[in-house]
Design a protein. Structure first.
Length: 135
């Protein structure tokens, strides 16, 4: 799910980013309560934040690092993702979305806003899609 415009903050609250004040979330008519973002990820719900520099990227990390962040969280912080898999995944995302980078190790803070947004989309896609070429 990706929302643009009004309602993003409220939706973020529904998926466990902040304390929920009112409202409910339904998936296929079933009410879902999400107490944290990890539970939202388990339901294949992601949030693309309004302020990408504050909530969407880690500027001092590379494009590759940012792309694998959500996948690493989903897999478990102590379950290492092999470097070759990270490289293949990052390269696939960069090519698919035509992200303009000097290379995958470029710091994300040095990209244009549009390319940063493409990396955020890649991050979410990497966590939810079955891209397993390296296995």
């Amino acid at each position: 799910m990706v929302l643009l415009g009004s309602g993003r903050t409220e939706t973020g609250n529904l998926i466990g980013i902040n304390q929920i004040n009112k409202g409910e979330l339904k998936i296929h008519s079933d009410k879902v309560q999400l107490s944290n973002p990890m539970k939202a990820m388990q339901k294949k719900i992601a949030f693309c934040p309004e302020d990408r520099k504050l909530q969407g990227i880690i500027g001092d990390l590379s494009v590759r690092d940012n792309i694998i962040l959500a996948l690493q969280a989903k897999e478990g912080m102590f379950r290492h993702i092999p470097y070759q898999k990270q490289v293949m995944l990052a390269d696939d995302c960069i090519n698919l979305l035509k992200i303009k980078v000097s290379d995958r190790e470029q710091l994300i803070k040095n990209l244009s806003g549009g390319n940063q947004q493409k990396v955020i989309i890649s991050t979410l896609s990497a966590a939810f899609c079955a891209i397993n070429k390296a296995e």
